[in-house]
Write a protein that binds this ligand. Structure first.
Ligand SMILES: Nc1nc2c(c(=O)[nH]1)N[C@H]1C(S)=C(S)[C@@H](COP(=O)(O)O)O[C@H]1N2
Ligand SMILES: [Mo]
Length: 538
């Protein structure tokens, strides 16, 4: 009796199926690992998962994108990439099974994925040419070969009986595979792929070193027009209230970039051109730093921020006044007879963001920002230069990693989000948020400090009111105002009685408009309605 007969064994057919799908998975792994290595050499953005992910983001309907941001927040990109990997894994397993029967077809199936990845990579807006196809193409070719070879060991001809037939040898041959050959080939493929993948990862990690060095070497000049210091009373000392100035690390991030662009400031350029630009220019980062810089506190808000949501932050920015620069280039706003009503900003990653020229040039502090809270812009927030226009949602004003400004018309061009059904123009809606108490908090009866923030950028906040349950609106105490371009804190000492209560907040801006109670979704031009919080007083 051999060992084989004593052990309960997986039926041979099943084992073969398992090994077949395992071969598919291994081929997929090899393809991705090799693609990772090649993309480290081409560009990290050219890898198949990043390219397909980017294409998926661009094709995601507005509603789904909003749902993803809502449910996954800044993790939306991780979830997307895991989703792509899961789909790939399923197909890889299936191709392995196909290859057991049809060896060439299975291997060719791997190539189809290479074509999809290559097509996605070369059609990305930031694609730098056909070399972007290489990671997917080379990866898929290697994956196809791996699958072909591995499955070869599982599909030995069964007709020829082995001359040196031990009992075990017979059973293995009869089932149609070469166990030793398979184990050796699979181990080699796995090890080589893991090595290629790890090498690719480490090369990608060390890429962008020039950009990192260029950021480290930035010395922000003292602004000619510094921001007045934040008034003492602007930051209330209430536990749980948002910091008046949001630290860079806590500042929300919303963008479509699966890989944060690392731009070298020393080679960065910004071109300004288009309709009515009588003196087009191309500026370097140093050109910008040598201009007169201004420093301003500006609160930025995302159009995808739901009522009570987290996508709003306030920072102290340093930058060049965009209106002055445009005027030097000969740009006139339409209100003064200029031919262009839209300013389209383009980023190095292919984003396009359109802002009304009239807003940019109406005297507000629209910036080409180079500094955020005393630091060069963090890479995540647009290093080396981004745009900001106080009073407009980010998707129509705040282009990060900017490289090009084109003057055109709203009739002639739809920017990225407008193509995806968001509004052409989107001033920030008057909003307020209760920061404390948190939803479902259980404060003790007595005085409970209610506090939060309210914003109506470029109009200013004049009043905040609180309503307890269905009671009357009661005025909250407003913190000192920093500027009408920033949010404003407020507090309300609530005499809380035992039981469940709903607190609701509303703000009034300086035009006298009261924050509407009409609920609107974020699409197409920002959420409206009133934030409320339910608490149980004990
Ligand atoms: N290049 C680029 N710039 C971009 C975006 C983007 O996806 N790509 N998103 C915009 C949106 S929708 C917002 S709300 C702000 C967010 O800026 P932050 O990530 O620095 O908070 O950036 C804007 N600028
Ligand atoms: Mo946004």
């Amino acid at each position: 009796m051999t060992d084989d007969e004593k052990k309960p064994r997986i039926p041979r057919n099943w084992l073969r199926l398992i090994l077949g799908s395992f071969s598919g998975a291994l081929a997929g792994f090899a393809a991705l690992a090799v693609a990772e290595l090649v993309s480290a050499w081409v560009r990290p953005q050219s890898g198949p998962v990043i390219a397909v992910g980017g294409a998926a983001i661009d094709r995601t309907p507005a509603g789904v994108k909003d749902w993803a941001i809502r449910n996954f927040g800044t993790n939306d990109k991780l979830v997307l990439q895991l989703g792509i990997l899961a789909v790939l894994a399923l197909f890889a397993l299936a191709l392995g099974l196909v290859a057991l029967r049809y060896r060439r077809t299975g291997a060719a199936g791997v190539l189809v994925f290479g074509i999809v990845g290559a097509a996605a990579a070369t059609s990305r807006p930031d694609s730098t040419g056909l070399t972007d196809a290489l990671p997917s193409a080379v990866g898929a070719a290697v994956g196809a070969v791996v699958l072909f070879l591995l499955v070869g060991h599982l599909t030995l001809p069964t007709s020829k009986p082995s001359p040196s037939s031990s009992e075990e040898g017979d059973s293995v041959r009869a089932a149609g595979w070469d166990r030793r050959g398979f184990v050796i080939a699979a181990t080699a493929a796995a090890a080589a792929s893991a090595g290629a993948g790890a090498l690719g990862r480490s090369l990608t990690g060390s890429r962008g070193q020039d950009a990192i060095t260029s950021r480290r070497n930035v010395a922000l000049p003292t602004p000619a027009s510094p921001a007045p210091s934040v008034p003492k009373g602007a930051q209330l000392r209430i536990p749980g209230i948002s910091a008046f100035t949001t630290p860079n690390n806590d500042f929300y991030r919303v963008d479509t970039a699966l890989v944060v662009p690392k731009v070298n400031a020393t080679t960065w350029q910004l071109r300004i051109h288009g309709k009515g630009v009588t003196r087009p220019v191309t500026l370097s980062f140093d050109d910008l730093l040598q201009r007169e810089l201004i420093e301003r506190d500006i609160t930025l808000t995302c159009v995808s921020n739901e009522v009570g949501g987290p996508y709003v932050g306030n920072a102290r920015w340093i930058g060049v006044r965009l209106a002055d620069l445009l005027a030097e280039c000969g740009v006139k706003p339409p209100s003064r007879g200029g031919p262009a009503d839209q300013l389209v900003a383009r980023s190095v990653d292919g984003m396009t963001i359109g802002s009304p020229v009239d807003d940019v040039m109406d005297g507000r502090d629209a910036l080409l920002a180079v500094g955020m809270n005393g630091q060069p812009l963090p890479f995540e927030h647009g290093f080396p230069v981004r745009m900001l226009v106080p009073g407009l949602y980010g998707y129509v004003s705040a282009c990060k990693w900017i490289k090009d400004i084109e003057l055109t018309t709203f009739d002639a061009y739809d920017s990225y989000w407008v193509k995806r059904k968001w509004a052409r123009k989107a001033p920030i809606k008057t909003q307020s948020r209760i920061d404390t108490p948190k939803p479902f908090a259980r404060p003790e009866a007595g005085t409970v400090m209610v506090g939060g923030v309210a914003w109506a950028q470029h109009r200013g906040i004049d009043k905040v009111e609180i309503r307890v349950d269905d009671g009357p609106w009661q005025e909250a105490r407003l913190a000192a105002e920093d500027s009408r371009d920033t949010w404003r804190q407020w507090s309300f000492p609530w005499q809380a009685s035992k039981g469940g209560h709903t607190l609701t907040v509303r703000a009034t801006d300086r035009t006298g408009a009261v924050q509407t109670e009409k609920r609107a979704r974020t699409i197409p031009d920002g959420a409206s309605g009133r934030h409320s919080v339910v608490v149980t007083v004990g």
